[in-house]
Design a protein around this ligand. Structure first.
Ligand SMILES: *Cc1c(COP(=O)(O)O)cnc(C)c1O
Length: 434
């Protein structure tokens, strides 16, 4: 499979280069030149396949022989070593729990897979690989965990100072060894912009082997396709309309879902809920991208106002806003709504949903009320464990009874970060001299 740059359809490359470069040299994102379809038989017999077998089948469609089948299966067994259970809320509604990995958010899927693929490719490099990653909260820790102690790789995490939760900050600043946390006085978008500039900077590039681990990297996107199939497998009534609601920020998770649908997975509609950073919701409404200032919200991992993966979505739908609207519904929700959503799910279903999942839940409810349907299967993608956001959950008057051991342990460690302004020159100097 070849991958093209979203800035130039003729700029083609192989999987290895797409992964190791992160961004194309013309600033575009890599997309597969076509979306492979999955044999219909898989959907008939899907319950006979394990999550890892399904994952392998999907990954091999994109990676083909660039990684040997044995090695690819080994990577998948090692990376996807935790489940994605579908929890039933009521007759129609489910939650897809994607937080059973080491950092308790869905980003573990992408980060663990990417780290192993990069480690595999990095074996052939003559010097160390430096990975840059911008994070709005959960990416940083997932990437840190995924790459921790990986041979020949150094990781630099850029995060917006004061805009991630205390626990998230602990999770991404306490690894040490080959992981360095850079605390940027700016927003997530500033962090992302620093990463992009560095990737194109001739001085940095001539000195360092550089790549990026954001959801712009195709090797993070591919493993996010896996769990949509796994969700479908676990649904009982596969013949009804299936709506999948994805709380969205940088749109990587939603893009992966849309790719799953294009591969043949029978999902009727995707719902991309946003918080008050509603650039995507407005885009669906108007067909225009209007970048705004990022606002800090209760669903902070979605505090993104220039979602990088939008260009992938636009490309996958050949720039046709109407066909995008056919497949995607979007709505945005305020912090008050988010708290209300958490309360509502708890009251009705005795389930504690996290603030991001709450956006997904509210968006699904909104869609259902608009189309006025009562025969459907609704799946809310729950992107993180609620205990990571206990301060918000408390606002819904819910007492968290059980905090995962991993979170308790990390909260006891002390933060180690390097503070930095959002000026590129400062970051560049650091990268040239660390
Ligand atoms: C990253 C993240 C999101 C947003 O996912 P995107 O792929 O950036 O749209 C939602 N929820 C949580 C908990 C996250 O960490």
């Amino acid at each position: 499979m070849k991958f093209y740059s979203t800035n130039n359809k003729n700029n083609l490359t192989d999987f290895r280069t797409a992964v190791m470069q992160g961004l194309a040299d013309d600033g575009g994102l890599y997309n597969p030149i076509f979306i492979p379809s999955i044999d219909k038989n898989l959907f008939v017999n899907i319950n006979d396949f394990s999550f890892q077998e399904i994952s392998y089948l999907i990954a091999s469609k994109f990676i083909e022989e660039e990684i040997s089948p044995d090695k690819l299966f080994e990577i998948i067994l090692d990376a996807i070593n935790f489940p994605a259970p579908l929890i039933q809320l009521d007759d129609r509604n489910y939650v897809l729990e994607l937080f059973h990995g080491p950092t308790l958010a869905f980003k573990d899927f992408g980060a663990r897979f990417m780290a192993r693929v990069m480690e595999h490719f990095a074996k052939d490099l003559d010097k160390e690989l430096n990975i840059l990653v911008a994070t709005s909260g959960d990416t940083g820790s997932a990437v840190a965990d995924g790459f921790y102690e990986k041979e020949g790789i150094k990781v630099f995490i850029l995060y917006p100072s004061g805009m991630v939760s205390e626990l998230q900050e602990k999770q991404l600043t306490t690894y040490g060894k080959n992981i360095t946390a850079l605390e940027i006085s700016g927003t997530f978008d500033d962090c992302q912009s620093l990463v992009k500039q560095a990737l194109f900077d001739k001085d940095i590039r001539s000195k360092l082997n550089l790549s990026s681990a954001n959801s712009i990297n195709i090797s993070r996107l591919i493993p996010q396709i896996f769990y949509y199939f796994e969700a479908y497998k676990q649904l009982e009534k596969k013949s009804e309309n299936i709506f999948v609601s994805v709380p969205s920020g940088n749109l990587g998770n939603l893009t992966a879902g849309l790719i799953a649908k294009k591969m043949g997975l029978p999902i009727t509609k995707f719902i991309g809920g946003t918080n008050s950073n509603d650039v995507f919701t407005k885009f669906i409404e108007t067909g225009k991208l209007e970048i705004k200032k990022t606002i800090k919200t209760y669903a902070n991992a979605m505090d993104v106002s220039n979602p990088s993966n939008l260009t992938r979505i636009v490309d996958i739908y050949s720039n046709d806003i109407n066909s995008i609207r056919e497949d995607i519904f979007s709505e945005s929700f305020s912090d008050d709504d988010i708290v209300m959503g958490i309360k509502d799910v708890y009251k009705k279903n005795n389930y504690i949903i996290d603030p991001h999942g709450s956006v997904g839940y509210l968006a699904l409810q909104k869609y259902i009320s608009e189309i006025d349907q009562d025969v459907y299967q609704g799946v809310v993608v729950e992107t993180a464990h609620h205990a990571k956001f206990s301060d918000i959950v408390k606002k819904a008057n819910i007492d968290i009874q059980h905090i995962p051991t991993r979170l308790i342990e990390v909260s006891k460690k002390s933060k180690q970060s390097i503070p930095m302004s959002k000026e590129f020159e400062e970051f560049k100097n650091y990268m040239l001299c660390f």
